[in-house]
Design a protein around this ligand. Structure first.
Ligand code: ADP
Length: 248
């Protein structure tokens, strides 16, 4: 089985919307603990690819496997989330009127559990897990602050923390540094580099400074397929990639 030992395996994935091919025979393979940067011009199919992985969109054809064996095309969004596949959209969606701590507390219950009251689950082990996540995302001194008072970058880190507290194993991040300051962007790269190895990470990003800082293998999408794959230097030197970006 070709997908054996992979964390994420897409092959021959096609999606059409009213006859328009948003994904066209797309292939993408990630090893466990691998980080991958996905780039490509607007309309390349990056969002549709994420939608297919999370079950929001069903492919017309193709294989989408998690952990080498779990067929994601047979599962709905809620079931896929319970596997530990977490997605972060570009815009932060934290609960602004709750504290940082309570955001993590609340996130800890879903999607792998029920949606209980905040107070009922103040178990020591949960508190310890929240503490560890706060350290991981660099928000230990912000724990009592309302999430709405955080900087834009801090909100993004909190949201990554909300994926971590849910035991996210495959993290799908859509333009995580959009709108961040340079120092926040640097800190985010450092955070993702700490997480890689323990988590498989797919990052869709336009910011090439950030992509360079990640140092991950890069996949270039164009017209719903993989145009090029390799190091950032290699794909940027690829004439077909240059033409796709210059042509728009
Ligand atoms: P990207 O995220 O790389 O900008 P998308 O995956 O959003 O690309 O879109 C790929 C193509 O599919 C675009 O041309 C877009 O207009 C089209 N598309 C995406 N979603 C839909 C939809 N729900 N209905 C019709 N067309 C769509």
């Amino acid at each position: 089985q070709v997908a054996a030992g992979t964390a994420l395996y897409l092959d021959g994935v096609s999606v059409s919307f009213d006859g328009f091919r948003a994904l066209n025979n797309l292939a993408l393979v990630l090893a466990p603990g691998e980080m991958r940067s996905i780039i490509g011009p607007n309309g390349a199919g990056k969002t549709t690819m994420m939608d297919v992985i999370t079950g929001k969109t069903r492919p017309d054809t193709g294989d989408v496997l998690f952990d080498g064996t779990v067929d994601l095309t047979k599962l709905d969004e809620a079931a896929i989330a319970t596997l530990g596949i977490g997605r972060k959209f570009q815009k932060p969606t934290v609960f602004e009127t709750l504290s940082v701590w309570d955001n993590l507390d609340l996130a800890a219950s879903g999607p792998r559990g029920l949606w209980p009251t905040l107070t009922a689950r103040r178990t020591k082990s949960l508190a310890e897990r929240i503490e560890a996540v706060l350290v991981e995302v660099g928000l230990t001194d912000r724990r009592h602050i309302l999430a709405g008072s955080l900087s834009h970058g801090q909100k993004q880190w909190l949201e990554i923390g909300m994926l971590l507290i849910q035991d996210g194993r495959l993290l799908l991040l859509d333009e995580p540094v959009a709108g961040m300051t340079d120092s926040e962007t640097e800190a985010t790269a450092a955070l993702l580099l700490r997480l890689a190895g323990h988590h498989t990470i797919v990052v869709v990003e336009h910011d090439m400074t950030f992509v360079r800082a990640l140092g991950a293998r890069v996949t270039v999408l164009h017209e719903g397929s993989v145009l090029a794959e390799g190091t950032l230097d290699a794909v940027q030197a690829d004439q077909r990639v240059v033409e796709v970006y210059l042509g728009r």
